[in-house]
Write a protein that binds this ligand. Structure first.
Ligand code: PAN
Ligand code: ZN
Length: 187
């Protein structure tokens, strides 16, 4: 057996793009974000097949199985539903003590966070910013710029994703355009 093993996955450090046989890819459309925006009438009037974000992932172990660190590049496109900026769905982790790291590659946005008590806060994202998502903390991202917001996430493979609490109750805060400026408001 050769002493040198070539990597199977590459990340373009300038764009965040992942390549390699074990990279999976999924796209979430405007149609797949039913109930996530404040103005459902506006969302329904939009092109339902239009992409809101794309996720490329490298998961060396199956979701929920320990033994690996997973990595994913999210490309959240620029856009608005009414006065609300495009966002990712957001979730808690099933194994509540598992954290996550987000590294911004391109664009500007807000990382929206909520702990188990319902306390919410945000962090500004821009190229190079590094964000620690503590255990038991729901996380979502909103793109407040005109370029795609690209970030790389790292999490343990046994983490698991729980979407239901956010789908049902949201974060209690939203990123909206108020007087022409991105603003975090209570909702
Ligand atoms: C990220 C997210 C990704 C898409 O990789 O899964 O940004 O957001 P939703 O999963 O909330 O739709 C992550 O947080 N992984 O754990
Ligand atoms: Zn996560």
């Amino acid at each position: 057996m050769s002493l040198v093993v070539e990597p199977k996955v590459y990340v373009d450090v300038l764009t965040g793009e992942l390549t390699g046989g074990r990279v999976t890819e999924s796209t979430r459309t405007i149609g797949g974000l039913q109930g996530y925006f404040l103005d459902e009438t506006v969302r329904m009037a939009m092109d339902q097949s239009s992409p809101a974000y794309r996720v490329q992932a490298f998961e060396p172990e199956k979701e929920g199985t320990p033994g690996a660190i997973c990595l994913a590049t999210t490309t959240l496109y620029a856009g608005m539903v009414g006065d609300e900026y495009f966002l990712t769905r957001g979730h808690f982790h099933v194994n509540e003590d598992r954290p996550e790291l987000e590294v911004t590659v391109n664009g500007t946005g807000f990382l929206v966070l909520m702990d188990a008590t319902g306390k919410t806060w945000t962090e500004s994202m821009s190229a190079g910013s590094v964000h620690h998502v503590p255990p038991a903390t729901a996380h979502r991202v909103a793109n407040i710029g005109v370029e795609p917001l690209v970030f790389i996430s790292y999490w343990p493979s046994e983490t698991g994703h729980d979407y239901a609490p956010i789908a049902e109750r949201g974060f209690g805060i939203r990123v909206r355009q108020v007087d022409g400026k991105p603003t975090v408001v209570r909702s």
